[in-house]
Design a protein. Sequence first.
Length: 189
Amino acid sequence: MTLTGKTIALLVSPRGTEEPEFAKPLAALRDAGATVRVISTQTGTAQTVNGDLDPGSDHEIDSAVGSVSADDFHGLVIPGGTVGADTLRGDEAIVAFVRDFFVQGKPVGAICHAPWVLIEAGVLTGRTITSYPSLRTDITNAGATWVDKEVMTDSGLVTSRTPNDLPAFCAKLIEEFAEGRHEAQARSV
């Protein structure tokens, strides 16, 4: 499938986003023809991590969240990393940005700890998702059903558990972004 003509937002925390959960979707989406813009809480450089503790790489941030809108994009990817996801969910502008993708019925992908951001955005009621296993109770308390699967898709919402699931996650992201809007996506907001 090709994503030529599609612009995808890829969130990153200034510090603490899991390197492979950021870098592999970025590469897969670009390889599929998408234009990917890296969005964060601020401009500058983001420093990723490996396994939450070891340094990853530095990545340029294209835009601060306050200067963009969900209207500018065809889809959104939220990588995990414990510190990264926690930082993103604590930023009101990021949470509002994420919620707007659901309001507009646009596809969204979240892996590992990234569903924390979805919980904060209040978009999981009635959904079925997967995540890093330790988020199971948080997800259930947010009104969703948690499943232990490599990749789970629910009306344009793509979720996966860990970096080991990245091949399936990236393939499903490309498929959902190619399909475009999912009217049922807005039902959970």
